[in-house]
Every structure is written in structure tokens, then in C-alpha cells.
Write a protein that binds this ligand. Structure first.
Ligand SMILES: *[C@@H]1O[C@H](CO)[C@@H](O)[C@H](O)[C@H]1NC(C)=O
Ligand SMILES: *[C@@H]1O[C@H](CO)[C@@H](O)[C@H](O)[C@H]1NC(C)=O
Ligand SMILES: *[C@@H]1O[C@H](CO)[C@@H](O)[C@H](O)[C@H]1NC(C)=O
Ligand SMILES: *[C@@H]1O[C@H](CO)[C@@H](O)[C@H](O)[C@H]1NC(C)=O
Ligand SMILES: *[C@@H]1O[C@H](CO)[C@@H](O)[C@H](O)[C@H]1NC(C)=O
Ligand SMILES: *[C@@H]1O[C@H](CO)[C@@H](O)[C@H](O)[C@H]1NC(C)=O
Ligand SMILES: *[C@@H]1O[C@H](CO)[C@@H](O)[C@H](O)[C@H]1NC(C)=O
Ligand SMILES: *[C@@H]1O[C@H](CO)[C@@H](O)[C@H](O)[C@H]1NC(C)=O
Ligand SMILES: *[C@@H]1O[C@H](CO)[C@@H](O)[C@H](O)[C@H]1NC(C)=O
Ligand SMILES: *[C@@H]1O[C@H](CO)[C@@H](O)[C@H](O)[C@H]1NC(C)=O
Ligand SMILES: *[C@@H]1O[C@H](CO)[C@@H](O)[C@H](O)[C@H]1NC(C)=O
Ligand SMILES: *[C@@H]1O[C@H](CO)[C@@H](O)[C@H](O)[C@H]1NC(C)=O
Length: 623
């Protein structure tokens, strides 16, 4: 029912024109800065100079954190400090958190907690310190809700949000606090069916033209001369869950502001990347060929040949022609809630997943009404985020006019192209990652599709800049239990020479699929209400997945992860693996086996700690 309400309500939001002015959410005119060649754009031939310098400094922090980690996990026959000192280039580690609504946010919170040395017990029982040893973290959709919550609140920890800050309502998804509180479903449906839009508005909790309401935010942006869509409302709604601790849900907080955060300037957090997808104006198609656009604290852009451009994020509200301002310069367009909303703007998908002829998620009586609203949104181009002005307008670097010829750039949920784990930003050769952790909370129980798609994308036109190791097909993922426990791919660089691009070898990929240990964590993407105990159970289960049940399934597990993250550095310098690491790799690396297809194969639906079982499993809810 909530998925229905979500769409009906947001569908209606956009049909109302706003009137009340404010300065908070609105972008504003600023003095134009002195810029390179008079342009905000650069070609995507490398990472930016700012990112390069930042990561070099971050590397000093991460290298020292990695030495701490490697010492703690007791790698045998290995001197971590000396290894790092000798290394021609130290391990470059990245983390990727998938989309999947609150399921992905909460599972991801558990995964992240297990990597964070600030989490109680994460040092002894999990992989505490890996977060501190990582240079990059990439996220999209539900994963971006997780990262956005932490980053916008001074890179706080999951532990702090969930267990220590009880009064602050971050991630309070319980009844009465969920995104759509106080809604009377029957009355709302009736109002919708009768087309009484004014009445419908009364049922929206956060919609208000008074101070602090979403309507006021949108009106302010419109008054400043910018169009708003459902994504603006969506982002501002999410901000009530994701960063409630500050004044008016951080209505004026910008993604480019991260540059000025002490925790970022001091290199105490990884370099954050948020991914979204581009849609060619006039089409509704999205697939593996869609352009992936990333937001980082310095820039917005894409390494994909279609766009091949990066723009200074702080000034994306400025109307430009090939990067050159044609009007006053604008700041404030890169609102944090808007960017997080863009990455999770999946309204366009509901037509296929909720109201299709064979879809059963919505009562048949309501389906036509819902379909009407969704089609209306689509026709009005309101089912995606509108970036107008288009920062890539007429970009000389773009390999296609698909996205650069229109004055509006249309972006939507980064996961819908098939890469539900935002791997592309981490596997571009320009970033030269050595180890990438991929956390998969895709819907149902994951089957490896996210990795298969990332693998295949490197051979497509848009994936020209990507490098990714070999992986098997989905059936083999399931039959070989590669989703049942963490699995490493690309363990041997010598076997990857055919995938190398410009001398850059694909990273080792450490894959973690959502699995139940104490809780059935395959909740619906559209589930918006979680009790406190459900929320904590989801998070704890995520912790179990990454920690291999508190290290109880393998007491050497944290050492094995150490072996994986140092692998490329060792290979570069011709250092042989220790016997311990060789044994670890036998346990955790996919060895290239491909079982012949078994037509009609269906994965058994029950689970135990090591793999699949065919008996019933009862899972306690942990408080
Ligand atoms: C400025 O433009 C020239 C010629 O197009 C190019 O070679 C140079 O790299 C550009 N400078 C910057 C800082 O982008
Ligand atoms: C976590 O790791 C960082 C980097 O190594 C270190 O500075 C910090 O003291 C550690 N914190 C805890 C609580 O262990
Ligand atoms: C570091 O380099 C020195 C000198 O080449 C060598 O003796 C030592 O074994 C190296 N240590 C490691 C851990 O690679
Ligand atoms: C942000 O967190 C750092 C520790 O990571 C702390 O030193 C600093 O005081 C915090 N800043 C604010 C404004 O809370
Ligand atoms: C807003 O959208 C309308 C129609 O969709 C378009 O004509 C107009 O130019 C847009 N305005 C801005 C400022 O983007
Ligand atoms: C931009 O795309 C929209 C949607 O397809 C279209 O209505 C509009 O005419 C396009 N504008 C330009 C300048 O091509
Ligand atoms: C992507 O583009 C390639 C080449 O243009 C084409 O062969 C392929 O079918 C496309 N893939 C999808 C999913 O549309
Ligand atoms: C441009 O869009 C068309 C579909 O209209 C698609 O076939 C083509 O692959 C796209 N090209 C690029 C470079 O994205
Ligand atoms: C997968 O796990 C099941 C249950 O633990 C086990 O019976 C089966 O042999 C495993 N398959 C492989 C290929 O390891
Ligand atoms: C894991 O460790 C934590 C803290 O030591 C404990 O609370 C929890 O019950 C343990 N879980 C399992 C499954 O052992
Ligand atoms: C090794 O490379 C071959 C292609 O040359 C590939 O088919 C195989 O899957 C690779 N093995 C592993 C373990 O990645
Ligand atoms: C699981 O399946 C195997 C093989 O089909 C069967 O021998 C075994 O009895 C089943 N176990 C349970 C608990 O049903």
C-alpha cells in the first residue's frame, strides 16, 4: 500500500503550482569566478587536479590506517609497515553501496558499520578499519541515502546514528515517522478518484506553504527562475529522514559544500561519489548503454564518451554554452537533497513494475488511477530530475549530442540501467583502483547480475573507460554459492591482461551479496516503514554478512580481506603471496569454474550460514 501512496502523493505534488517565496532551497546569483579558458567544463580525459591532489593526501591517511589493519589481523610472514614503505604505489581501495530503497540503506549501514573502526567490536569481530583505509566510496539511490546521511552530518558513524543519538531522529522509519505519516489511505484514494486535487494535498504531511514546508522550498526555487519536478519534492521529503538534526532538514546544504567540511579537508573521509543515469530527451529508454553521470564534491560529469565532460559542481545552475557562462553565475543548484533525490528518482520505473498489465502489487481498482498519474508525470517530464540549465550544453567534448543538445539534462535513478551497484565510477581506468568492495542489496536475493552487468559494460561504447575482472553468469553465481559468502574476483592480474586498458589492470573485486543470518533482509524496495527492532535487525544482519557472522565462520576472514586489498600492490612489485594468503585465495576467489547450464534451474529458497539448504530456517528478530 505504501508504494501506492508514495506515487499518488508525489504525483499530485507536481500538479500544484506554488506561490510562497523563500531563499532557502533556491539557487542564487553570484559573481562569476575567474575560470580556466573561461569555461566551467573540462574534458573527462583524467580525474580533476583537485581530486588528484586530494586523493594523494588521503592516501597518507589510508596507508597508515591500512598498516594498522594489517598488523591487527595478523598476516603471517608479512611486515605491513615495511611493505607499505617499499610499495611503488600503495593499495588504492574503494567501496560501492548498491541501491534498493531503505533495504539497501539499512543493509548498507550494517555493511559499513562492519568496516568502520568507530563501531563497537568491529575491530575484533569484523573488518573495522577498512573504511578508514579506503580512498573512495561510491553510492546510488538507497546507498546514497546512507552515505548522504553520514556525510551531511559531519561523516558521523552508523553506531552514532542508530545507537548513540537516540533523540535525533535520523533513520526513524517507525510508524508515524515514515515518509508518509498521517495519511488516510481510503480518503486519499477517494479524493484522487474524484480528481479533487486540493483535497488530496491535505493528506500530505510535509507539504506546506508555511515556513519549513516542502511546497515553500519548491516555490522558492521556481521563483528564482528554475523549474522543479517530482525529484525536488522527493529529495526534500527524504531529507526529513536522512538529515533531520539540523535546521529545516539542511534545506540550503550543498554537495559542493563538502569541500569546506573539516572532515573532508583533513582527509578523514573517503572521496564520495554519487551516481545517476542520463536519459535522452524524448525517449523513455534506459539500459546498459545509458550514460552514467557522477557527482563528487568538486564536479559533476561523466567519463562515458557520450558526455566525456566534467563541470564545476558549484556553478551547475549557471546557464552555459560549451561551458562558457551566457548569463549571471549561479550557486546553490547542487542542493544535497536534490542530488540524493536524483540518484533515487525511480518514478519512471513504476509504470513497468507497479501498474503493468500483469503487475499485481496494486489493487486492480486503483491501477488505472495510478497509471493515469504516472503517465501524466511522464508526459510532463516530471518523472525524472530536470537539470536546467544543462551543464553540458553544447559541450565540445561530448561524443554524442544525445544529452548535450537540449537545454535540460534529464537524470534519474542510477540503478535502473542494470548496474545497481555503482561500480562504473570506481572502475574507470583513470581512478586506478586496486580493490573494490561491492555491496549488493538488489531486490529479492542478489544473483550477481550487478557484477555481470559491470563486466559487460566495459565492452560497450559507453563503458570504454571501464575495466572489470571476469565473473560467471547468474546461474553460476547461485549454483557455486558465490552469493552465499563473500567472493573475490580478479584475484590474479596475470589472467586479466586481455581486459587491461592503457596498462591499467582491473581491480580485485570483493563481492558481498545480501544474505539472511538473523533476519529476512530481502524487504521490498518500496517498504517505507520499519520498526526500531526491524531496522536494527536489518543493520545487524548487514554486519553479519560482512563480518562472516562475527568472524565465527572463519577466524582468518579479516586476514583474508587483507590479502585481497594488498594483492595488486604485491603484483606490481613482484612480491609473492604468503602461504596464508594463498590459502585464503583458495577459499574466497572464484577460480574460473563454469558449470554447464542446467535448464530450468531454480535456486533453493532456504539458507544456512554456509550456503543453501532445503529445510526451513526460522530467523529470530534481534532487538
Ligand atoms: C585551455 O584550452 C587549451 C586549448 O583548448 C587546452 O590545451 C588547455 O588544456 C586548457 N586549459 C585548461 C586549464 O583547461
Ligand atoms: C580509526 O582509524 C584511524 C585511522 O587509522 C585512527 O586515526 C583512529 O584513531 C581509529 N579510531 C579508533 C576508534 O580506533
Ligand atoms: C623492502 O625492501 C627491502 C630492500 O629492498 C627488502 O630487503 C625487504 O624485504 C622489503 N620488504 C618487504 C616487506 O617487501
Ligand atoms: C566533526 O567530527 C570531527 C571528528 O571526526 C570532530 O573533531 C569535529 O568536532 C566535528 N565537527 C562538528 C561541527 O561537529
Ligand atoms: C520550465 O519548463 C517549461 C516547460 O516544461 C519550459 O518551457 C521552460 O523553459 C522551463 N523553464 C526553465 C527556467 O527551465
Ligand atoms: C528538450 O527536450 C524536450 C523533451 O523532449 C523537448 O520538449 C524540447 O523541445 C527539447 N529542447 C530542445 C532545445 O531541443
Ligand atoms: C547498446 O549499444 C550497442 C551498440 O550500439 C548495441 O549493440 C546493444 O544492443 C545496446 N544494448 C542495449 C541493451 O540496448
Ligand atoms: C543516442 O541515442 C540513441 C537512441 O535515440 C542510441 O541509439 C545511441 O546509442 C545514443 N548514443 C549515445 C552515444 O549515447
Ligand atoms: C553450495 O552450498 C550447498 C549447501 O551448503 C552445498 O550443498 C553445495 O555443495 C555448495 N555448492 C558448491 C558448488 O560449493
Ligand atoms: C556478535 O558480536 C556481538 C558483540 O560482541 C554480539 O552482541 C552478537 O550477539 C554477536 N553475534 C553473533 C551471531 O555471534
Ligand atoms: C581467466 O581468464 C579467462 C580468459 O582468458 C577467463 O575466461 C577466466 O574466467 C579467467 N579466470 C578467472 C578466475 O578470472
Ligand atoms: C535436501 O535435499 C536432499 C537432496 O534432494 C535430500 O536428500 C535431503 O533429504 C533434503 N533435506 C531436507 C531437510 O529436506
Amino acid at each position: 500500500m505504501y508504494e501506492l501512496l508514495l506515487i499518488l502523493q508525489l504525483g499530485v505534488l507536481t500538479l500544484v503550482s506554488a506561490v510562497s517565496p523563500s531563499n532557502n532551497y533556491a539557487p542564487a546569483v553570484v559573481q562569476c569566478p575567474a575560470i580556466n579558458n573561461g569555461s566551467f567544463l573540462r574534458e573527462a580525459s583524467s580525474i580533476s587536479d583537485q581530486e588528484k591532489a586530494w586523493v594523494e593526501s588521503r592516501q597518507q591517511y589510508t596507508s597508515s590506517a591500512l598498516v594498522d589493519y594489517l598488523d591487527r589481523v595478523e598476516l603471517t610472514d608479512f611486515d605491513a609497515a615495511e611493505f607499505m614503505q617499499n610499495a611503488s604505489s600503495p593499495p588504492n581501495i574503494g567501496l560501492a553501496f548498491s541501491g534498493g530503497g531503505f533495504r539497501a540503506m539499512l543493509n548498507g549501514a550494517g555493511h559499513l558499520a562492519a568496516l568502520d573502526n568507530r563501531t563497537e567490536n568491529a575491530d575484533e569481530n569484523a573488518l573495522g578499519g577498512i573504511l578508514q583505509a579506503s580512498n573512495y566510496v561510491s553510492s546510488l539511490s538507497g546507498g546514497a541515502w546512507l552515505m548522504g546521511s553520514l556525510i551531511m552530518q559531519n561523516f558521523t558513524s552508523v553506531q552514532q546514528i542508530v545507537y548513540d543519538d537516540n533523540q535525533i531522529k535520523t533513520w526513524d522509519l517507525s510508524w508515524g515517522h515514515q515518509l508518509f505519516a498521517d495519511v488516510q489511505a481510503v480518503a486519499l484514494s477517494a479524493a484522487l478518484a474524484l480528481g479533487q486535487l486540493d483535497k488530496v494535498i491535505n493528506y500530505l504531511n510535509s507539504w506546506s506553504f508555511t515556513k519549513g514546508g516542502i511546497a515553500e522550498d519548491l516555490a522558492a526555487k521556481q521563483k528564482a527562475g528554475f523549474n522543479t519536478t517530482i525529484t525536488d519534492a522527493w529529495g526534500r521529503l527524504l531529507s526529513r529522514q536522512l538529515f533531520p538534526s539540523k535546521n529545516n532538514y539542511l534545506d540550503s546544504s550543498l554537495w559542493s559544500d563538502i569541500r569546506n567540511y573539516d572532515v573532508f579537508k583533513n582527509h578523514q573521509m573517503p572521496f564520495p561519489l554519487v551516481a545517476a543515469l542520463g536519459r535522452k530527451p524524448g525517449t523513455y529508454v534506459y539500459n546498459m548503454n545509458s550514460t552514467i553521470v557522477e557527482f563528487n564534491p568538486f564536479e559533476m560529469g561523466s567519463f562515458d564518451p557520450s558526455v566525456n565532460s566534467f563541470a564545476d559542481l558549484k556553478y551547475i545552475g549557471t546557464k552555459v554554452n560549451n561551458g562558457k557562462p551566457v548569463d549571471s553565475c549561479i550557486n546553490g543548484y547542487d542542493n544535497s537533497a536534490f542530488i540524493i533525490g536524483t540518484s533515487s528518482s525511480l518514478f519512471n520505473e513504476f509504470l513497468e513494475t507497479l501498474v503493468c498489465d500483469s503487475c499485481t502489487g496494486v489493487p486492480s481498482l486503483l491501477k488505472p488511477i495510478l497509471k493515469f498519474f504516472l503517465n501524466l508525470l511522464r508526459v510532463k517530464y516530471e518523472d525524472v530530475a530536470e537539470y536546467n540549465p544543462n551543464p553540458f550544453y553544447n559541450s565540445e567534448f561530448s561524443g554524442s549530442t544525445n544529452l548535450s543538445s537540449n537545454d535540460t539534462l534529464y537524470l534519474f535513478d542510477g540503478g535502473l540501467g542494470g548496474e545497481i551497484i555503482p561500480l562504473s565510477p570506481l572502475i574507470v581506468k583513470a581512478r586506478k583502483l586496486d580493490a573494490v568492495f561491492a555491496f549488493d542489496s538488489s531486490s529479492g536475493w542478489p544473483d550477481g547480475s550487478a557484477l555481470v552487468n559491470a563486466y559487460e559494460r566495459q565492452f560497450s561504447d559507453q563503458g570504454k573507460e571501464n575495466i572489470f575482472p571476469y565473473v560467471p553468469d547468474q546461474e553460476n553465481f547461485l549454483r557455486q554459492n558465490l552469493t552465499a559468502r563473500p567472493t573475490f574476483f580478479g584475484c590474479d592480474a596475470k589472467n586479466l591482461t586481455a581486459l587491461e586498458k592503457d596498462g591499467v589492470i582491473p581491480p580485485v573485486v570483493l563481492y558481498f551479496a545480501n544474505r539472511p543470518f538473523d533476519f529476512l533482509t530481502n524487504t521490498s524496495t518500496f517498504k517505507l516503514e520499519y520498526s526500531d527492532s526491524e531496522k536494527k535487525s536489518m543493520i545487524k544482519n548487514g554486519f553479519d554478512v560482512v563480518s562472516r557472522l562475527n568472524m565465527t565462520l572463519d577466524s582468518e576472514w579479516n586476514a583474508c580481506v587483507g590479502c585481497a586489498v594488498i594483492r595488486r600492490s604485491q603484483e606490481r612489485d613482484g612480491i609473492e603471496q604468503s602461504d596464508q594468503c594463498k590459502k585464503c585465495f583458495e577459499r574466497y576467489c572464484w577460480d574460473g569454474t563454469l558449470l554447464p547450464a542446467e535448464p530450468g534451474y531454480v535456486q533453493p529458497m532456504n539458507f544456512d550460514a554456509t550456503g543453501l539448504i532445503n529445510s526451513t530456517m526460522t530467523l529470530p528478530i534481534v532487538a
